[in-house]
Design a protein around this ligand. Structure first.
Ligand SMILES: [Zn+2]
Length: 241
């Protein structure tokens, strides 16, 4: 159920009669090369969450469209700090708790948000009876994730019309390097993505296509909903009615 399209009595009845879980998608607003919109992370995570909510009778909240993307500077990004993001989410979860929703999935669509989600898990703003599960969607696909490369561009081609493949150019590719070198590059990229990639793209989007995007999308949805159900059924088998 998409909360933003619903009416108060319907939502309250749903909460009263079902032990419902809520889903909060978290994205970002940042450069994704010349061929993908700045809303890419938010767009993908929103679609993933729409799908799992639809299939599992979860309450879908509107996406938090801002994330921690300072590393993309001087390219375009509108960012909030880690502490702001974790506080926004903590406040939302506390408010959900006051509305008698005590199972919350926070599904992340942007790498730079991970620290904020870790902090969230440690914040004690909400009570212990509220169970909060945080996941990043790319951990539920077999392909290695990129930034505006083959995987992310294919996902966008599968879910959006707002892709300009004529503008797609090859980006940075680390090639065959040691795990140690990889760590060094990742660390540098997390501070300045542009100094590592030069053009803001990690990977090569030129062969991206919606057929592969649909396959990757389906894999993410299947694995993630399985994970969510495991989280819920482990504690309360009554959750999915
Ligand atoms: Zn992205």
């Amino acid at each position: 159920m998409k909360i933003k399209d619903q009416f108060d009595p319907v939502i309250r009845k749903k909460i009263r009669t079902t032990k419902i879980a809520a889903v909060i998608p978290v994205g970002s607003l940042e450069q994704h090369g010349p061929h993908l919109p700045v809303s890419t992370d938010s767009d993908i995570v929103t679609k993933v969450c729409e799908k799992i909510s639809e299939k599992n009778n979860f309450l879908l909240l509107p996406t938090v469209n801002y994330g921690v993307s300072y590393e993309h500077s001087p390219y375009f990004n509108v960012s909030i700090t880690k502490s702001t993001l974790s506080k926004i989410l903590a406040d939302m979860i506390l408010s959900l708790e006051q509305n008698k929703i005590s199972n919350v999935f926070v599904i992340n669509g942007h790498h730079g948000n991970i620290d904020a989600l870790r902090t969230l898990e440690k914040l004690k703003d909400f009570s212990k009876k509220t169970k909060v599960f945080t996941f990043s969607y790319w951990h539920f696909m077999s392909q290695e994730f990129d930034h505006a490369g083959f995987v992310e561009t294919s996902l966008m081609l599968a879910i959006s019309k707002n892709v300009n493949m004529k503008k797609a150019v090859k980006g940075f590719s680390p090639g065959n390097i040691s795990a140690k070198q990889r760590q060094v590059i990742n660390k540098k990229a997390s501070k300045s993505f542009i100094s590592v990639t030069k053009n803001g793209i990690w990977g090569d989007p030129r062969d991206a296509n919606s057929r592969d995007g649909k396959k990757i999308f389906a894999e993410i949805v299947t694995n993630l909903e399985k994970k969510c159900q495991t989280c819920l059924t482990g504690k309360s088998p009554k959750l999915h009615q």
